[in-house]
Write a protein that binds this ligand. Structure first.
Ligand code: NAD
Length: 486
């Protein structure tokens, strides 16, 4: 049996049931072929306002359900994702442009997010405090209320569900605004999974839309916490608006993550690590290795092997099992990538592989002899591009790594992990992988960046999720009413 039928979500938003959107509708397009796969509703500010009011009412009953009931709903949601894996993978490939392995990985992590959220519902949620008075003093974590989740196109299932599942498990209502380019795999799938798992009407609503809907979500007085994943410029606007409305915003933003290859690294393995880090999912991952910092003694061999790997990769339709890389999401993103590559070459970088495209298929690209002011090094490319910079000393490496304001992920390849730790201590980063590349995600691990990459570890694991989606309340109680001098 299929998870949902096209006629349900066509031109609709999910308010607990599929309903026509005030903001009209838009085509759902396959980036692989350009084929129109259906139509999604587009939420406007009015849809958001109505949804927020409904959510605030529905949240009270949901928060009052037992933790066992909420945990059971989360377990069922994880089971549903696994049971419908093939169908969901199909949408991630067709609509999201994810190659088979990347699509399967998303469903696996998404189901894990639900199972971890089930465990979160039964965790202790407070602590007994010391107090100087004869009374009981404790703190407890209470649901924040209505949580707004704004998600990007690139890894739509994980980047929505990693906020939606823990926020629901902790007794919040959630308004999810997926990117309209991935409204089905990043929106309709979640709506149906959680509905069929037993989330009551109004507690989860899905409102695909653009910046207007996102801004309405941030401004709405019913929405108390915003969980935003996307680019640094949009995140900055969200953060500014949230501050104006005095609400918390968790910001997971862009990256330009360094992969460091030390002089003692095994070059073959390092090149494989580097290729995976830069080319997986066409480089459209926030943690993508955006800069390869390679010791000069191994750089020639590293670049040669990396370029050979790039040349050997197949790029093609995400629906083709043989394609290692699928399409870029749209022509605008592709043109931005190509501009960064061509302007980097114009400014002196050496093109060692790729640098060409056909339709939305961009060849994996290696740029050598890159400098800190080379466009593809200085900016987040968000495409399958590996710029290589050489360094001669650890001090120079640290200076190069710290030459951007981003701080999402860091990879260090070395035969001596302690050298890796010493380098990690000198490069601000939310995530560090020693002897691995920069891209990874597990539902149990805290995830987040520093600097221009965001406001710290906000997802993953009990502590980060509890902090993100609850408020801390201080409570005291004593046997006799207090007495005062007046
Ligand atoms: P984007 O910022 O353009 O869009 C992200 C989401 O924000 C979309 O849903 C969009 O509709 C919405 N949005 C855009 N402007 C808004 C505004 N003013 N107010 C409210 N909402 C608004 O990002 P994108 O190009 O779709 O995604 C790619 C970016 O996301 C990259 O920079 C990437 O590094 C980043 N990203 C970060 C993480 C992370 O966890 N740190 C994960 C994935 C992607």
């Amino acid at each position: 049996m299929s998870l949902f039928a096209a006629e349900e979500y066509t031109s609709a938003v999910f308010t607990g049931a599929w309903t026509p959107a005030s903001g009209g509708d838009a085509e759902v397009v396959s980036p692989s072929s350009g084929a129109v796969l259906g139509r999604t509703g587009i939420a406007d500010a009015q849809d958001v306002r109505e949804a927020a009011a409904r959510a605030a009412t529905a949240q009270r009953d949901w928060a009052a359900t037992s933790f066992e009931e909420r945990a059971a709903v989360m377990r069922r949601a994880g089971d549903l994702l696994e049971a419908h894996q093939e169908e969901v993978v199909g949408w991630l490939r067709r609509e999201g442009g994810a190659a088979a392995g990347m699509a399967g990985f998303q469903v696996h992590v998404a189901a894990g997010e639900c199972f971890e959220a089930a465990a979160l519902a039964s965790q202790p949620h407070g602590e007994i405090l010391r107090t100087a008075k004869p009374r009981l003093s404790f703190s407890r974590q209470v649901p924040a209320g209505v949580v707004g989740v704004i998600a990007p196109f690139n890894v739509p299932l994980i980047l929505g569900i990693r906020s939606v599942a823990p926020a629901l498990a902790l007794g919040n209502a959630v308004l999810l605004k997926p990117d309209p380019r991935t409204a089905i795999c990043g929106g309709a799938v979640l709506a149906e999974v959680f509905r069929q798992a037993g989330v009551p009407e109004g507690v989860l609503q899905v409102l695909p839309g653009g910046a207007e809907a996102g801004q309405a979500l941030v401004a709405d007085p019913h929405v108390r916490v915003i969980s935003f994943t996307g680019s640094t410029p949009a995140g900055r606007k969200v953060g500014e608006a949230a501050a104006r409305h005095l609400k918390r915003a968790h910001l997971e933003l862009g990256g330009n993550s360094p992969l460091v290859v030390l002089d003692d690294a095994a070059v073959d393995q390092a090149a494989s690590i580097g290729a995976w880090g830069s080319f997986l999912h066409q480089g459209q991952i926030c943690m993508t290795a955006g800069r390869h910092l390679v010791h000069e003694s191994v750089a020639d061999a590293y670049v040669e092997r990396l370029a050979a790997k790039a040349d050997a990769l197949t790029v093609g339709s995400a629906e083709d099992d043989g394609a290692a890389l699928g399409p870029i999401i749209d022509a605008g993103q592709r043109d931005r990538i190509h501009h960064l590559v061509t302007s980097s070459v114009a400014s002196g970088a050496q093109l060692r592989a790729g640098g060409t495209y056909q339709d939305l298929y961009y060849r994996p690209t290696v740029l050598d002899r890159v400098a800190p002011d080379t466009p593809a090094y200085a900016e987040e490319v968000f495409g399958p591009v590996a710029p290589v910079v050489r360094f001669s000393s650890v001090d120079e490496l640290v200076e190069l790594a710290n030459s951007t304001e981003y701080g999402l992920s860091l990879g260090v390849v070395t035969t001596n992990p302690m050298r890796g730790m010493e380098i990690a201590d000198r490069i601000p980063s939310g995530i560090v992988h020693i002897n691995d590349q920069t891209v990874d995600d597990e539902a149990v691990a805290p995830f987040g960046g520093v600097g221009f990459s965001g406001t710290g570890a906000r997802f993953g694991g009990t502590r980060a999720n509890l902090e993100a989606f609850t408020e801390t309340q201080w409570i005291t109680m004593q046997a006799d009413p207090a007495r005062y001098p007046f």
